[in-house]
Design a protein around this ligand. Sequence first.
Ligand SMILES: Cc1ncc(COP(=O)(O)O)c(C=O)c1O
Length: 422
Amino acid sequence: MYDKEEQGMFDVFETKESGVRSYCRKYPTLFDRAVNAELFDTEGKRYIDFLASAGVICYGHNNPTIKAAVMEYLAEDRIVSGLDMFTTAKEEFIKTFNKLILEPRGLDYRIMCCGPTGTNANEAALKIARLNKKRTNILAFSGAFHGMTLGALSATTDQASREGGYVPLNNVTFAPYDGTFDSLAYLEWLLTDDHSGLDKPAAIILETVQAEGGINVASVEWLQGVRRLCDEHDIIMIVDEVQTGYGRTGTYFSFERAGIVPDIVTIAKSIGGFGAPMALVFMKPELDIFKPAQHNGTFRGFQPGFVGGTAAVKFYCESNLGEEVKRKGAIVDEFIRTEIMPLDDRLTYRGIGLLWGIDFNAIDPALVKAAIHAAFDNGLICEAAGRHDGVFKFMPPLTIEEDVLREGLQIAKLAVKEALGQ
Ligand SMILES: Cc1ncc(COP(=O)(O)O)c(C=O)c1O
């Protein structure tokens, strides 16, 4: 497995790159090319991609339509970096996003361009919420992942990540996520009992599917219940779509399946279409109270991100990608249920759209690492998520060809068998 490492092939990384690097430890090869759902290393070995750059590559590596739009833009010497100046690329993006995504869903949001990461979008969202309500506290959920900068990290639960900053992470109260105890009843009590001890939060921030948290899919009833509680208690509802947006769950925004409208939505990873760093905050117009430059970031105007983003939303609509995701999601669901679950009755699985996880925690979470390594050796890139990293996670590009998807699933099955010692 680690032959190449032992032979010193990664010396430059081992000796010069910080030890904080992590994915490369699971996939120890030198990647070079990538096409749709396949990666190739320098020796020409092919890997099926069930990681999609942690959700950045929803529309496939080097999606030809999106790439062509970006290449044409660059070839014409158009502006690349524009801060938040008015540019044609941004104008086209905002118009297209409004027309194709927001208006058809009846969503009236102001769009805020912020620094190009999910954590930055969440920082901005938390600030706006606090500023609006003039309250400090935020309510977040067990299993949440909102990013690594201190504000977003405060609303993130993974212990190792929290310990990394070595400062107190304050001003957030956690409640159990859907599926843990009776979450809604607990929230109701927390917000209504004047002796619950809760400082009234400015916002409740949540993921409709906790991806890093182990593919925990919130029920429609729970999402609607949280929306109701936010309305009843004058609390802003922030939905973090950083990993679940762009069609990942079968609708453009994952909250659509619950028929709710959040007050603030954050988005990043795939919004730039082809992997360009870009992040946005959508907010109801009345919440848009930042003074000019009160939250900014030099890289909030990376124009190829707007160009790729415009091409990506057109691609999403023209290729009817949401329906395709539902169809492929059903293939994954059936495969896991009929081919992988029978391998051991202590395994469980969860998922929606093209975001799935097989939970090994009832056996031994360490087996997921073994499964990831076995998958990698056989040409499949998968990730771990959840408590104790005990969930074997599948998140391919939404554009993955059906035969490649099925091939990847077969490799995943072999990897599970190998991890189980079968
Ligand atoms: C739900 C969610 N929010 C926020 C983030 C942070 O995004 P970034 O790594 O771009 O800061 C992630 C990253 O995986 C995420 O899954």
